[in-house]
Design a protein around this ligand. Structure first.
Ligand SMILES: [Zn+2]
Length: 166
């Protein structure tokens, strides 16, 4: 997934924050934490380009390991149970949940090593055939890119509705 992680993070975070049992405080900080989590796994692109000399698929770095994000998420849940009034645990929960959603969205057409580091086997729901050069054209001309555009448009519509409500 290329362009829809941040808008997806906005939609997911807003849907969670709009729930009745979520306290109506620090919503901006919680939204930022969620949107940061939605793009954070791709921070490994810096390592990929600057240090690793593009030797490995960036989805093979620990930042794209589901176990990392699930551990963070369960840690945040535990923290929330132990300290129910902690806003930091909510920030971490939003961040980790959106990081996990990032991996789910990447799995649509991109390989994710779901059982890493225990099993060296990538999984993807669909394969993008290599028909065009440069490589990224294959993704932009694939049906899955329409899904990305829909998520982006959905976030814009959602944002407008939220503005009308608030
Ligand atoms: Zn990614």
């Amino acid at each position: 997934m290329f362009i829809a992680h941040l808008p997806a993070g906005y939609i997911v975070s807003k849907l969670l924050l709009n729930k009745k049992n979520v306290p109506k405080v620090n919503h901006k900080a919680l939204l930022i934490a969620g949107m940061l989590g939605a793009v954070f796994p791709d921070i490994d692109m810096l390592y990929f380009y600057l240090l690793d000399n593009r030797q490995h698929h960036h989805h093979q770095y620990f930042t794209h390991y589901p176990i990392v994000w699930l551990t963070l998420l369960f840690g945040a849940l535990l923290w929330k149970i132990l300290k129910p009034n902690s806003i930091k645990s909510l920030l971490m929960m939003l961040f980790a949940f959106n990081g996990f959603i990032h991996l789910c969205l990447d799995t649509i057409v991109g390989d994710i090593w779901w059982l890493a580091p225990f099993v060296d086997q990538p999984f993807a729901l669909f394969t993008v055939p290599a028909l065009y050069n440069p490589w990224w054209l294959n993704f932009f001309l694939h049906w899955s890119f329409a899904l990305e555009v829909i998520i982006c448009l959905g976030a814009i519509v959602f944002w407008h509705r939220q503005r009308d409500i608030n």
